[in-house]
Write a protein that binds this ligand. Sequence first.
Ligand code: SIN
Length: 288
Amino acid sequence: MFFEMEIRRLGRTMGAEVTRVDLNHLGAPAFAQIRDAFHVHKVIAIRDQQLTPAGQIAFSRRFGALEDQLNAHYTIDGCPEVLVLSNDVRDGKPVGLIDGGDYWHSDSSHREYPSMATILFAVKNPLTGGDTEFADMVAAYEALPEPMKGRIAHLNGIHAVSKLKNKRVQVSPRRPDGADFYERQKAIPDQIWPLVRTHPVTGQKALYLSPRFTIGIEGVSAAEADQLLDSLIAHQVRDEFIYRHQWRDGDLVMWDNRCVIHRATGGYSYPDIRTMHRTVIAGDKPFR
Ligand code: SIN
């Protein structure tokens, strides 16, 4: 039997759920509908999926090349593109990354080619907590006062991957290898991106910074940059820009890193297990 896919708005300014579709059997017209929904809604939750890691890779690759994973030791055997996020432990060892997404960020803004989109598949949801929050950076940009838009129009943010370079974040004490991991990351070069970027498909302007990765502003004194970043960060996560996703079993959520920031909200603890499979689609260099 053939069912029409359904798309229903979830959040105030963004976010939609997609139902009546099976990602294991997705023809070109249905894929085009999903891609369009992704551009319109910025965050889409595709319900009721049963995906193997290979199936998730196959779906993700339809959007473009996949990123390699910095936390390679938490990927799935035979599927190095799939990172496991989890608080589960086997034989005394963590099975996945435990502190993934603990501060607001856009994935891979610290890379030479920042990510276009991220895909997270719920393998095991906890009984309590585990929500993910998303903030709409187009709505946040549009709501800025005109003088602020003018002030930041030609400024560039400095994005660093190591938490040890960033006074707004801390290494999670829950992560056993954290200190060494972030010490090694200090050698990775910072990236410089416009504070306001234009989306290559929709043409919309979006704020492009985050407390997790943006550590300064090019050519601006540390004191002035701190003040400006603090004010933009407080603005970008105002309630009216946020959609909070409460995960259901079988959810696959995909978001657009070019115009959305996100964070994991926690609120669960072992032995209440949360396990997600994550793939990241590579993107292009941001432009004004
Ligand atoms: C992430 O930041 O990629 C993970 C978000 C989450 O686990 O909710």
